[in-house]
Structure formats: C-alpha cells, structure tokens
Write a protein that binds this ligand. Structure first.
Ligand code: Q46
Ligand code: ZN
Ligand code: ZN
Length: 316
C-alpha cells in the first residue's frame, strides 16, 4: 500500500478518494479538506476570532488543532454538563490538550453556574436528556461568543454526524430542518455565526488525525447517547459506504449543492418570525423568556416534600 502523493509506505486507505496516504500526507489531506470546507461555505475569514465548542472528544480537539495549524485565532469553550464520570474525564482531556499547546480554554459548569445538571435537570423539566443538553449547549455557546466578541462558533461535527442528521430529516421529511442543513449559519438576530469545518472528513479520519498528532481524547460515547437514533443512522450509512464508497459524501454534499434550495421557502417563513430579547437573560427569542431560561426554571424548581408522614410510613 503506497501513498498516492509520495509513493512511500501508506498508513491509511480512504476508499472514497480511491487512495492511500502516508502519515504526513494524510495530515495534510485533513488540513486541506478543512480549508476547502471553510472556503466552499464561506465559514471564516482570515483574522476571525473563533470560539471552538470543545467536548474532549476527537472531533472538537481535531478541529481546534487544525484551525490553529491553519493560522486562525481559535480559543476553546468547554461546558461541564454533569453527566457523571463522563463529564469529569472529558474536562480533563480538554484541559490537557489546551495546556500542552498553550491554548486558551474557557469553561463553564452547568451545576455550579446555573443550578442544575443534564441528568437531573432534564428529568425535572420532563425533557429527553439530549434535548435539554442540546438546548443548553447552544444557549451557552451563543452567550459565550456574544460576551467575548467572537466572530464565529466552531463545532467538530463531521461528515458522519451531518449525513446521519440529514438521513433522519429525510426519512421524516422535516422540511424546515432540511432548509437549515448548511454547515455554516451566518450571524443573525443576535445569534453568532456557526461553522462546521470538518464536514468533509469522516469520523474514522478525525480519529486517525488525533492518533497521528498525539492528541489524547475521550473515546467513550456519552452514556446518554444509548438508543440515540443518529447512532443507528450512522451504522446504516456505514453499511452503505462499505458497498458503495463515497455514498455518504455524495448523499450529504449533493443534497447541499443540488437539493437544499428547494426547501428555502420553509426556511424563509421560519426566519420571518421577529425575535425579542429574553426578559431574564437578554438572549434573542420568540417568546417572553428563552428556552434555556424556561428550562432552568423547571430544572431548578424545588421538589415538593410530603408532609405529615414519617419516611418509613411513606415507604411501607
Ligand atoms: S452530550 Fe448531551 Fe450529546 Fe450526551 S446528553 Fe445527548 S446531547 S449524547 S453530543
Ligand atoms: Zn506521502
Ligand atoms: Zn433567557
């Protein structure tokens, strides 16, 4: 197996490119593909101040590393979600990475700073953990970017993530979501620009990138992801990719380039809704209080006590 570029010994094969690469040229491919995605979707401009949403996993650490390699001024932002040991360990990976490279990592802790964590808060608010978690992260990232005057928030979503979400939305014909599938969302109505520069790389490639760059990352999936439909969609897409290399890439990119326009009308109606400032935190919202403040209120509501009976009487 020889590297397509230098003909030296290859360490990885990438079937959708019909090519093998040595370590040096694979790392270059990852940087080139990231730069290509940034240019293709007008994600970032030279000199932009970027806030990377860091989880301690391979994708967020890889994108942070690549952006720095490409010369962007990228700082990290980590949110402690209180998901047991997983959160403790992920914080350690993120911190170690930042220290080793002398990068700035900002942190926030949901329990310490907002009075609830994802497992308890989602239960108290009667929301699915991933729904409460996603809403929380989006809000805190937006707020941090706004507060720090960053030009864009970058996340480590890769091709597998985006193709799986697209598959879910196509299966159920969520036309409004389909319209919003862009790997770059421009700033609007007080929300910062959001970019996903790893959309041209697969999960396998970001993992290989980290290994070759000596980046130690949290391998374990979040325990709350068990049963997540997107994991099943990823498996289905990997199965398709095995028999038809490039299918995943074409599914996602041909949609963006050839089909997404057709859903623009639904999106125009959605963005027509005028937003106002949340009465509690000032974030843009279409209600009096934003979804995060509503979640916080429900998640931190005191639990009613049973009065008049001793605990053993209640238990028996
Ligand atoms: S962290 Fe949060 Fe994910 Fe865990 S609770 Fe769900 S959304 S699975 S990326
Ligand atoms: Zn080579
Ligand atoms: Zn609010």
């Amino acid at each position: 197996m020889k590297c397509r570029v230098c003909r030296g010994p290859a360490i990885i094969d990438i079937r959708r490119h019909n090519a093998n690469f040595c370590s040096e040229h694979f790392l270059k491919l990852c940087r080139d593909q990231t730069a290509k995605a940034i240019a293709q979707f007008d994600m970032l401009q030279p000199g932009d101040r970027v806030l990377v949403a860091v989880s301690g996993g391979k994708d967020s650490l890889a994108v942070w590393d690549i952006l720095n390699e490409l010369g962007y001024d990228a700082e990290g932002f980590y949110v402690g979600l209180g998901i047991g040991e997983c959160s403790d360990v992920s914080a350690e990976y993120a911190t170690r990475f930042a220290h080793a490279r002398n990068l700035t990592l900002h942190t926030e802790d949901l329990l310490r700073d907002h009075g609830f964590d994802v497992p308890h808060g989602s239960r108290a608010a009667k929301r699915a953990p991933c729904s409460a978690c996603g809403l929380t992260k989006r809000h805190l990232f937006d707020e941090a970017a706004h507060r720090g005057g960053y030009d864009a928030i970058v996340t480590g979503h890769n091709l597998d993530d985006e193709a799986a979400v697209l598959m879910g939305n196509v299966l159920h014909w969520h036309t409004d979501y389909l319209a919003r599938h862009a790997p770059m969302l421009p700033a609007r109505d007080g929300f910062p620009k959001k970019a996903k520069p790893l959309v041209r790389l697969t999960e396998r490639e970001t993992a290989a990138y980290c290994v070759l760059r000596g980046i130690d990352y949290l391998v374990d999936e979040c325990p709350m992801a068990v049963g997540n439909k997107h994991l099943a969609y990823k498996e289905q897409l990997n199965e398709l990719e095995r028999t038809s290399p490039g299918a995943k890439f074409d599914f996602y990119f041909r949609f963006l380039l050839d089909a997404q326009d057709r859903f623009a009308e639904a999106e125009a109606e959605r963005t027509d809704i005028s937003l106002q400032a949340c009465e509690r935190c000032g974030a843009p919202t279409n209600n009096d209080i934003c979804s995060f403040c509503a979640l916080t209120e429900r998640a931190t509501r005191p639990v009613p006590l049973t009065i008049g009976r001793k605990p053993q009487e209640v238990a028996s």
